[in-house]
Design a protein around this ligand. Structure first.
Ligand SMILES: C[S@@+](CC[C@H](N)C(=O)[O-])C[C@H]1O[C@@H](n2cnc3c(N)ncnc32)[C@H](O)[C@@H]1O
Length: 280
């Protein structure tokens, strides 16, 4: 990525050059991609030069977007400033599977790839899985491409994400294995109480309000809950653990935290974290 800076050496004053972003997200494939970049205010006057440099180095990029502020709203979307206009619907290639999406309309992060693969590795053949807050269903696709599950029900409230989910099931040839459900987790989850071997709750800022659903959806014989949260220093897992233990105690279910994982940085001194919880 240092090459973006190299291209801008003669265009941006030396004192500002060190603020040029060294990394950015590229979502898509050789057939077409979108670059998403954060540019500090000090470089406002050079934003188009930066976008052009990104495009010059990444020939398959057709649009460059600047991220403005944090993710917002129920659908967890960024606001973008368009620096170089172009198509934003892309097919992202990950570890042997395809994810069709438009990042301006649905949640997706290429940075979660290793977390997806880590979850997929844990799944056993034949499992019945409930995937809450599923977006365009990237975790379900990663799992089904590696394991022969019984079924994964995917619940998502954003109708555009559900449309892409259906399309992703089709292009990855996973019909019957992944079942898209459009709806609010709060209303849909009770239909799945005591039915799942594994539940994913991939909404770091908000899953805490629904943790009782996640726990109750695990089979009486036992199963695994993957609970995501935003953890704050100094003890980044403490709040999530307390929440899980207290909720389980109220529900009369027994829980053991079997794994704690930092998925990635979230904000200064804050991290997207995951707890893997055995529920019985
Ligand atoms: C952080 S995103 C994760 C999406 C997907 N799992 C992924 O990793 O790409 C959370 C998703 O939950 C959805 N969502 C938020 N509140 C919801 C609710 N009450 N019921 C169903 N889905 C919800 C949002 O629209 C968003 O797509």
């Amino acid at each position: 990525m240092a090459r973006v800076k190299d291209l801008l050496k003669d265009k941006i004053p030396r004192e500002l050059l060190e603020l040029v972003p060294t990394s950015f997200d590229i979502i898509g494939s050789r057939q077409g991609a979108v670059a998403i970049v954060e540019i500090p205010d000090e470089l406002e006057g050079y934003k188009y030069e930066i976008a052009k440099a990104i495009m010059k180095i990444n020939k398959h990029v057709r649009a460059v977007l600047r991220r403005v502020g944090p993710r917002r709203g129920t659908f967890r979307l960024y606001e973008y400033e368009i620096l170089i206009p172009g198509p934003t619907e892309v097919i992202h290639k990950e570890a042997g599977y395809l994810i069709k999406l438009d990042p301006t309309k649905v949640y997706f992060s290429p940075r979660d790839q290793s977390d997806r693969l880590d979850i997929a590795e844990q799944v056993r053949d034949g499992e019945t899985i409930l995937y809450l807050f599923a977006g365009v269903a990237p975790y379900a696709i990663a799992i089904c491409k590696r394991r022969n599950v019984h079924v994964i029900h995917c619940v998502e409230i954003n109708p555009i994400a559900v449309r892409y989910m259906i399309e992703n099931v089709r292009i990855n040839k996973l019909k019957g294995k992944i079942v898209p459900i459009e709806g609010d987790v709060d209303k849909v989850a009770p239909e799945f109480y005591y039915k799942s071997d594994r539940v994913l709750m991939t909404l770091p800022l908000g899953a805490c309000e629904y943790v009782h659903h996640g726990i109750l959806c695990i089979r009486r014989e036992g199963g695994i809950l993957h609970f995501y949260h935003v953890g704050k220093e100094p003890d980044i897992f403490a709040e999530a653990e307390r929440l899980v233990y207290e909720t389980a105690r109220k529900l009369g279910r027994d829980v053991t935290i079997i794994n704690r994982r930092v998925v990635r940085d979230y904000a200064p001194r804050m991290y997207k974290i995951r707890l893997d919880v055995y529920v019985r």
